[in-house]
Every structure is written in structure tokens, then in C-alpha cells.
Write a protein that binds this ligand. Structure first.
Ligand code: PEP
Length: 260
């Protein structure tokens, strides 16, 4: 059975104070959630606060992730951060190809695949969370599955299916990110099923074990319904991850499913 993963993407929000308040609030709150051992919790603060966050999560069950990485191991890449650096400060996960990086910073499928491949080359010391999803226009043109295929194929071509052995995928319809508009459980399940079937064309076992998270305006009020879908194995949460109370509300939904 796949363990649910509830991940918070803090984006470019926060401060030293917020980092410690939020991590302590989440860790303490999880202590009061029955079934909290049945799912994983991940926070992805801004890279500036990763070192501080690493110390704060070390005595807790909360895992730490970065929001981006450079595919190169080291070198003259001003302003960039490498995987060995992330690993050294205690990051276990890294988000790759978030739609904001694709849209605002022009990240291509090819560049995302290089970053993914770098995680594989480092033997998954830092687990990639590959973000994929269609824009509103692409959905309206009924190109959702074609877009998801392209985004997955770009990675499959570089790493093969073995690259997904320990990876996480986040399906994030771009039109649902930060908009308050959520995919219906049915829309989300259909996309997740499509992604899993696509992996299964290459390897059944890997397809069955890969966690596929949903992201796009998930909140305590819609989490249970989304997380109950057969192929949804957790959430990648933006806005609602910035307050311990709302993030914990989503964690409680995951706990309910873990217990059921
Ligand atoms: C995200 O940024 O990955 C995200 C899902 O944001 P939000 O929850 O705010 O829609």
C-alpha cells in the first residue's frame, strides 16, 4: 500500500520566525493527530531557510524538501544550488518543474528531465517530486492527457522507467494553483489514473508503488474527498501550507484515510 505524503510548498514566503513557528506548530500538532504515523509530512521552505529548517525538523517526523535545484553537481553557476548541497543540509526531497518555474522562469521539459536525472545519478539521496499538469487552455482543448504524456516522456527518455523507482509525481493542474479553484475529485482521479497507467506501460510494479500527489487549492474542506480517490496518494499544498492549522487540517484527512 502506498503511504500518503502531505507536502507544503511555501514558495517565496516566510522569515526565520515563521519557519520556526510553522515547523514547531506542525510538529506539535501532528503529536495530537491519531494515525499520524501512517502518512508522511514534508515541508519545502525557501532555500534561504533550509538550514534553519533542517535543525528544526531533525527531532521530528517532518521531512524537509527544497523547491528547486540545479542539475549540475558544482561549478560556475552563480545563484544556483546543487543536489549535494541540498543533501548535505538534510533535504530529503526536491520539487522539480513546478508550474511557476515552468511559466515564470521558462523551465523546459528537457531541463526538468536533467534535474530529475541528476537525482537518479545521486541514487535518490534527494527524492525528486516531479510536478506536471495542464493549463486551462490545454484542458479546454482536451489536451490534458497529451500534455501529461509529453511531460512524463521527457523524463522517461532520459532516465527510463527505473528513474521513477523512488520518485514522487505531483499532478498539479495549472488552472487550480493558487486560484481557489480545485479540480473535482473525478477530474483529479482521471488524471492520476492516466499517469499511473502510463507508468504501468513500462513497469507495473513501479506504477503501483509510485506516489502521485494532487496539487491545486487543496484545503481542509476538500482534502478528504480528494485524498480518498484510488490513485491520489497525498497532496502538494501551497496557500494552505502557510498556516499550521490549515496544513494540519489536511494532515487529519490523510490520517483518516490511513486508518480506514
Ligand atoms: C502549489 O503551488 O503547488 C499549489 C498547489 O498551490 P495552492 O495550494 O495554493 O493552489
Amino acid at each position: 500500500m502506498r503511504r500518503q505524503l502531505i507536502a507544503g510548498n511555501w514558495k517565496m514566503h516566510g522569515s526565520k520566525e515563521m519557519t520556526s513557528e510553522l515547523i514547531n506548530g506542525i510538529a506539535n500538532g501532528l503529536g495530537h493527530v491519531s494515525g499520524a504515523n501512517n502518512f508522511d509530512v514534508l515541508v519545502c521552505p525557501s532555500s534561504v531557510y533550509l538550514s534553519i529548517a533542517s535543525g528544526l525538523v531533525s527531532e521530528t517526523s517532518v521531512k524537509l524538501g527544497a523547491q528547486n535545484v540545479n542539475a549540475n553537481e558544482q561549478g560556475a553557476f552563480t545563484g544556483e544550488i546543487s543536489l549535494p548541497m541540498l543533501a548535505e543540509i538534510g533535504c530529503q526531497y526536491v520539487l522539480l518543474g513546478h508550474s511557476e518555474r515552468r511559466e515564470l522562469f521558462g523551465e523546459t521539459n528537457g531541463q526538468v528531465a536533467e534535474k530529475f536525472s541528476a537525482c537518479v545519478a545521486l541514487d535518490f539521496t534527494v527524492t525528486p517530486v516531479l510536478c506536471i499538469g495542464e493549463t486551462l487552455e490545454q484542458r479546454q482543448q482536451e489536451r490534458t492527457n497529451a500534455v501529461l504524456s509529453e511531460q512524463l516522456d521527457a523524463v522517461l527518455e532520459v532516465t527510463g522507467i527505473a528513474g521513477f523507482a523512488k520518485a514522487v509525481i505531483a499532478y498539479e493542474p495549472v488552472w487550480a494553483i493558487g486560484t481557489g479553484e480545485t479540480a473535482t475529485p473525478e477530474q483529479a482521479q482521471n488524471a492520476h489514473e492516466f499517469i499511473r497507467n502510463k507508468l504501468a506501460e513500462h513497469d507495473q510494479d513501479i506504477a503501483q508503488q509510485t506516489r502521485i500527489l494532487y496539487g491545486g487549492s487543496m484545503k481542509p474542506t476538500n482534502a478528504l474527498e480528494l485524498l480518498s480517490q484510488a490513485d491520489i496518494d497525498g497532496g502538494l499544498i501551497g496557500g494552505a501550507s502557510l498556516q499550521a492549522e490549515s496544513f494540519l487540517g489536511i494532515c487529519k484527512a490523510a490520517a483518516q484515510i490511513g486508518i480506514a
